[in-house]
Write a protein that binds this ligand. Structure first.
Ligand code: SF4
Length: 302
């Protein structure tokens, strides 16, 4: 039997709750129209995962929702939901050209970064965007900059600053960031950017959202007093991976799991061999509480 500490806050943020509600309503409308053979039957598609969580995606697939990633798969005459991570204007246009009904579940805090990017690009700034290459949120923001012919560089690490091909005396440089970054690492990167480019324009308020910040702060405190930390989150969830990084800074035994199915007999045996007695559990902003409760049950019944 382990002593389990449930870290607060954990799990769903407001942006994720909102996106899931929007998709639930849309999928229910589609299903109702299909069941009653109404004329306006339209299937529900989502561009990218609505939120980065495998359980949520699977649950919606079981309700008839189709997730697509490839722009060439954009349907015609359907309901197309844009995920919490936001969308580029190019994908939006493509979807509208195919006569889709657009339902936008982009988190308002991601939209805030889109607006900042548009304004800075319109004012002629070169934007240094700190984010994870290939992430859905990044693609949406750089799409906005490209749409108005702006210029940008993407950096992910402190070392990437050395590779920036920007004159240090360029007058118009600004930085923006993804909403789900590691708060401490990003501070180191932005301090260095300010040192190299003292004229760089900084966002008025941090682009890293409150949910990311609060969850990282909570796990950094909890992880110091326990033998192990379990972070629940899917491997493609940026904020869940950042929670794991932060926990690793404060605790030797950190495990990231996607679902409670990973709490196997072997997993428990490993914990016992490591003489783990107290475990802190947290979950990423896209993780439903049911996965936390099932994890606790499995650990309690070991
Ligand atoms: S993690 Fe932050 S930016 Fe992302 S959906 Fe949640 S509140 Fe919005």
């Amino acid at each position: 039997m382990f002593e389990i500490i449930l870290v607060e806050p954990r799990g769903y943020c407001q942006g994720v709750k909102r996106a899931i509600e929007i998709l639930e309503n849309t999928a229910n409308e589609s299903n109702t129209a299909n069941e009653s053979n109404e004329d306006n039957q339209k299937s529900t598609f989502v561009f990218n995962e609505i939120v980065h969580n495998s359980y949520i995606v699977r649950t919606f697939e079981e309700k008839g929702v189709t997730f697509i990633k490839d722009p060439y798969m954009i349907p015609t005459d359907s309901k197309l939901v844009f995920s919490a991570h936001g969308i580029s204007p190019q994908i939006r246009s493509l979807a509208l050209d195919k006569n889709n009904e657009i339902i936008d579940a982009t988190c308002p805090l991601v939209n805030k970064v889109h607006k900042e990017a548009i304004k800075l690009a319109q004012d002629g700034y070169h934007i240094i965007y700190i984010g994870h290459n290939g992430h859905d949120e990044l693609r949406g923001v750089v799409g906005e900059i490209e749409e108005i012919g702006g210029t940008y560089s993407i950096i992910e690490t402190l070392e990437d600053i050395n590779d920036l091909d920007i004159q240090s005396n360029s007058e118009k440089i600004a930085w923006l960031s993804q909403t789900t970054l590691n708060v401490a690492d990003t501070k180191i990167i932005t301090d260095e950017l300010k040192r190299v480019f003292p004229q760089i324009v900084t966002p008025k308020s941090s682009d890293i959202c409150y949910a990311t910040t609060d969850r990282q702060l909570a796990i950094s405190k909890a992880a110091t007093d326990v033998d192990a930390v379990i972070v629940i989150g899917s491997p493609n969830s940026s904020n869940s991976k950042r929670l794991t990084e932060v926990a690793n800074d404060h605790c030797e035994n950190v495990f990231m799991i996607d679902t409670p199915a990973e709490i196997t007999d072997q997993f428990i045996k490993n914990l016992e061999e490591l003489q783990i007695k107290i475990i802190a559990i947290t979950s990423g902003a896209s993780v439903p509480e049911i996965l936390v409760q099932e994890t606790v049950q499995k650990l309690n019944h070991s």
